[in-house]
Ligand binder design. Structure first.
Ligand SMILES: [Zn+2]
Length: 295
């Protein structure tokens, strides 16, 4: 499995290869959330974020491998730059991997045990952060209207006491507003599907679907039309408020049981290794042709 400490070690490796390291903010328990920038600060930018759901930590490893792959092929990079945020929910990932040993505060341990209910000390299926808020339903985008929403602390799907109540949510929003990316991509697992639709209309809808089709063709994942009861997600917020084309890619077959085996990662990497440069190239083309609000 891929841990927060593995990420911190890789941050050093990525820096030595020329990646620029920064931190978008802090988690609820005070872990820094690292970010790696590759390429030029001028021109179109894209953001790739992973592991906003704790048990989906395999996606953090995928993003780090993409970053290494891009740095080794930097001479082939299209104009612009890519920000990788491999582990947004670093607290939740640590909880899913190490259980309560990953939690310092005694009060918080008691709280988490209570929320975990019959699962007891087994947190391997946990998705939320250490406040038991599911970060990907905490964004202010039709907050609280999602089909699966839960209204009290839970291992998954709790919307939080208010929109953007969580430090991880606010950090990702502030960073996105600062960077003004031409596209964002969120890696989740599992299902081999791509979500892009949050009620866009007209030319924007056509633009976002076309770019989604490029992503679907690259990965072999299925492009899914319709919002399907989604609300409060990072993708949803990007589309609704700053008006950024935003995609959720669910890696790995839906048949694979949780926790997902890391033995499945090499095949997913092959499907996704060219995604960062290809998506950057796509937003660059859109910016040149003036066909949308990209670039
Ligand atoms: Zn997820």
């Amino acid at each position: 499995m891929y841990t927060y400490n593995d990420l911190l070690a890789d941050i050093g490796g990525l820096r030595r290869l020329g990646g620029r390291i920064s931190y978008i903010g802090w988690t609820a328990a005070g872990r820094m959330i690292p970010c790696v920038h590759i390429g030029s600060a001028q021109g179109a930018q894209i953001i790739i974020q992973s592991a906003i759901h704790a048990r989906e930590h395999i996606t953090a490893k995928l993003a780090v491998e993409q970053a290494y792959y891009c740095l080794r092929r930097i001479s082939l990079k299209p104009a612009g730059g890519i920000y990788f945020i491999p582990m947004v929910n670093a607290d939740g990932v640590s909880l899913a991997q190490f259980g309560l040993d990953a939690v310092r505060s005694g009060a918080r341990r008691s709280f988490l045990l209570q929320v975990n209910g019959a699962e007891g000390t087994d947190f391997t299926l946990w998705k939320a952060n250490l406040n038991a808020v599911d970060l990907n339903v905490n964004f202010p985008a039709d907050w609280g209207t999602g089909a699966q929403n839960v209204r009290e602390p839970a291992p998954a799907s709790y919307i939080g006491p208010a929109p953007a109540s969580e430090p991880e949510t606010r950090a990702l929003m502030a960073f996105t507003r600062k960077v003004k990316p031409a596209l964002t991509l969120s890696y989740h697992c599992k299902g081999e599907e791509i979500y892009w639709d949050f009620g866009q209309s007209g030319a924007v809808r056509q633009r976002d679907r076309e770019t989604g089709q490029i992503l679907a063709d690259l990965t072999g994942y299925r492009l899914i039309d319709g919002a399907l009861g989604s609300a409060g997600g990072y993708k949803d917020w990007c589309i609704q408020t700053p008006g950024i084309p935003a995609y959720t890619a669910e890696i790995i077959s839906a048949d694979a049981p949780y926790p997902v085996s890391y033995g499945l990662l090499p095949a997913e990497f092959v499907k996704n290794k060219d995604v960062p440069f290809e998506m950057l190239a796509a937003v660059g083309r859109a910016g040149e042709s003036g066909s949308g609000a990209l670039g």
